[in-house]
Design a protein around this ligand. Structure first.
Ligand code: PRP
Ligand code: MN
Ligand code: MG
Length: 185
């Protein structure tokens, strides 16, 4: 394809709406974490754009780290198992952690990560998630800073991928059905 826009069926969340949602949560988090020197952890790769905007909207000092986790293979269905592709470089013992995530789908990635960070001795662990698909939830996840609830459509853009593509779109969109054609159910 010559242009990513050719594969887009329709836009679901505009660039402006994304920034408004993130700014509101970051403003609240800046109040809640005042004096706590929070560590923002982005779940790569999907949360890269969300963390970039979220961290810039924080008005208090904070640190950033990254953990690359995968629960999806190359398809549109979660595999159910979380694997660490790349670990943090920070010792989280005693730290107040705010996980920054792009989307909660089954909830398995965040359920695993919250437990893992507590196991490593974090003082507190909370979550900001830009998007949530409530109809797909399989495990309970407590999202302190919720973003936008969306229907059960496979979305891409602003960090979210299909088969590692479309992460660089600046809005969140639904792909044309023919893009998935041939995928095993
Ligand atoms: C996606 C998404 C979330 C997770 C949500 O990541 O970015 O991290 O799946 O799904 P869940 O709630 O069912 O666990 P993915 O595994 O595709 O890796 P990526 O961020 O590198 O795209
Ligand atoms: Mn992800
Ligand atoms: Mg993915």
């Amino acid at each position: 394809i010559a242009d990513v826009q050719e594969d887009i069926d329709h836009e679901l969340v505009s660039k402006e709406e994304i920034h408004t949602i993130i700014a509101k949560a970051a403003a609240q988090a800046s109040k809640d974490y005042a004096g706590k020197d929070p560590l923002l952890i982005a779940v790569l790769k999907g949360a890269i754009n969300t963390l970039a905007v979220f961290s810039q909207e924080m008005s208090i000092p904070c640190q950033l780290d990254f953990m690359s986790l995968s629960s999806y293979g190359s398809g549109t269905k979660s595999s159910g198992t979380v694997t660490i592709r790349q670990d943090l470089s920070t010792d989280v013992r005693g730290r107040h952690i705010l996980i920054v995530e792009d989307i909660v789908d089954s909830g398995r990635t965040l359920d695993w990560l919250v437990k893992e960070l507590k196991r490593r001795g974090a003082a507190s662990v909370e979550i900001f998630a830009l998007l949530e698909k409530p109809s797909r939830r399989e495990v309970e996840v407590d999202v302190k800073y919720p973003g936008l609830e969306i229907p059960d459509e496979f979305v891409v853009g602003f960090g979210l991928d299909y088969d590692e593509r479309y992460r660089n779109l600046d809005s969140i969109a639904v792909l044309k059905p023919e893009v998935y054609q041939g995928e095993q159910a």
